[in-house]
Write a protein that binds this ligand. Structure first.
Ligand code: UDP
Length: 491
């Protein structure tokens, strides 16, 4: 869509760059939890804004919406109204502090990682960040049927632990590992018997790791996560996860990997609150207000929700999204059980745990333990206490309790992931055609672009759209969502 740059009352001179880091904290706000928000924000009422006119009406207070609001306000002095149907800021990044003082994410683990200096420099202006290299373990049966805790993504250690018998010589070098992959890989071929690009997730995984690791780590996890086998999904899904030849067991290889010191929610508070140009309304459903005719005047709509929901009245088929359900449990240290665990750390149930002591109890040895097998219905268990950005009490004191969340994938509930496969892509293209024909609406972000953006990609996409607005007067993407790449790829 095209947005004609209004001239009468907007200044386009750059205001001084904002170098503040956690403005709220610097101004004396010491709380570790999300700030209580005034009723004027949470009442979802738009009647008080009836006579106002906004440059941007932004639907969705997640990363895309907040980035655009912040940039357009600070740099272009534009007046923005950000509305969200949920009762909190931050979209799926929202985190909070539980009754036991643990910082937890309402919508699952969020690990920030980026290669982009621009994104890193931007997010640093809203928070201090604590470096955190995310490491994931998977509880996987080896070829003899014994459960092992192995690094995921696969590394030299993963192969050594899972194939102690068939892999005669222990893998010790990158060359050994490369040789192992070479023996395992199944490269897809075209009709002329030339190697060709993988056409789906199964071909992608087989061409990287071969059938043995595929079966142990990717096949069933993917079925649980997407309710589809990898062959029913685009190659891109399985290419998100790197497969290493080294001993590097970090989940991501990016230059910057960190967690926000006072949580993600604080970032959104710093972006959106206390800015005279930005009004925020939560518990505020765009579609209800649109139907009632209670939306205030605005020049441009920035829509970050599901694109098919926007066109629901047209009766086209719905796009598929995956959601997650979390079964949370506060687990307390139990002397008997922990001693039993410590005495047999490799047996099936206990392999996911490490010996803990009563003065600081952990349920499992890493923040995330994946369960890639078909024998349990959940995909992973997240234990928040492992993160370094826990509130003071949790970091400084030893606690006998810990919060875990078992993660189940479902097709009902808040949408998290677009489901990339040819059918959904074709359907999305139909919606996109409609969207391209809109005059004063911009579709932005993971749900509106139907693209599996990582957090940093969502920020970069929004920043680049802002550039376009600043440079050309149009709030449009600078590059197609697919150009953001597939994730970490082969390392
Ligand atoms: N995956 C897998 N086994 C694992 C971890 C990931 O098969 O132990 C596959 C699965 O298809 C998953 C994809 O890799 O959907 C991407 O994983 P990632 O951790 O990036 O998913 P996210 O954290 O975004 O849910």
């Amino acid at each position: 869509m095209t947005f004609t740059r209004p001239t009468a009352h907007l200044t386009f001179t750059l205001t001084s760059p904002n170098h503040t880091t956690d403005r709220l904290h610097a101004s004396g706000e010491l709380s570790e939890a999300p700030l209580p928000l005034p009723q004027s924000i949470t009442d979802g009422e738009l009647s008080s804004l009836k006579t106002k006119e906004f440059d941007l009406l932004i639907v969705g207070a997640g990363l895309s919406g907040a980035t655009l609001a912040e940039r357009c306000s600070k740099q272009l002095n534009m007046r923005c109204l950000v509305i969200d149907k949920r009762n909190h800021l931050g979209g799926n990044c929202y985190d909070y502090v539980t009754e036991h003082g643990i910082r937890a994410s309402k919508y699952g683990a969020h690990l920030f990682h980026t290669e982009h200096d621009r994104v890193w420099n931007y997010v640093k202006t809203f928070s201090e960040w604590i470096p955190f290299d995310h490491r994931v373990k998977g509880l996987v049966k080896d070829e003899l049927g014994n459960e092992k805790l192995v690094p995921i993504p696969p590394t030299q250690e993963t192969v050594n632990l899972l194939f102690p018998q068939s892999n005669e010589n222990e893998i010790k070098t990158e060359q050994d590992m490369e040789r192992w992959y070479e023996q395992q890989r199944v490269v897809p071929m075209d009709a002329q018997n030339n190697p060709r690009a993988p056409l789906n997730g199964e071909e992608a995984a087989l061409s990287r790791v071969g059938p043995n690791l595929y079966d142990k780590i990717f096949k069933h996890y993917t079925k649980k996560q997407w309710d589809k086998y990898p062959e029913e999904l685009d190659a891109s899904v399985l290419l998100r996860l790197p497969c290493r030849t080294t001993t590097d067991d970090r989940y991501f290889g990016d230059k910057y990997q960190a967690l926000p010191k006072r949580g993600y929610t604080r970032i959104f508070e710093n972006m959106l609150l206390g800015d005279g140009n930005i009004s925020v309304k939560l518990n505020c459903d765009y579609f209800s207000h649109k139907a009632e005719g209670t939306l205030p005047k605005h020049k441009l709509l920035v829509y970050t929700g599901q694109i098919d929901l926007y066109y629901a009245s047209m009766g086209m088929p719905k796009l598929e999204y995956r959601s997650l359900r979390f079964q949370e449990e506060y687990v307390e240290w139990d002397e008997g059980e922990v001693e039993k665990d410590a005495s047999d750390a490799s047996s099936s149930k206990d392999a996911s745990k490490e010996p803990s002591t009563s003065d600081n109890y952990f349920y499992q040895p890493a923040m995330v333990v994946n369960y890639p097998g078909p024998d349990v219905p959940f995909t992973r268990i997240v234990e928040y206490k492992h993160t370094p950005n826990q509130p003071r009490g949790i970091v400084d004191e030893k606690t006998r309790g810990t919060l875990i969340a078992k993660e189940f994938s479902t097709d009902e509930g808040e949408p998290y992931y677009p489901v990339p496969n040819p059918e959904n892509r074709a359907l999305y293209e139909k919606y996109k055609k409609l969207a391209d024909g809109e005059k004063n609406v911009s579709f932005v972000g993971r749900l509106a672009s139907y693209k599996y953006f990582n957090m940093d990609q969502a920020v970069l996409n929004a920043l680049e759209m802002f550039d376009n607005l600043q440079e050309n007067g149009v709030l449009e993407e600078k590059r197609a969502p697919e150009e953001f790449g597939e994730g970490d790829g082969m390392k």
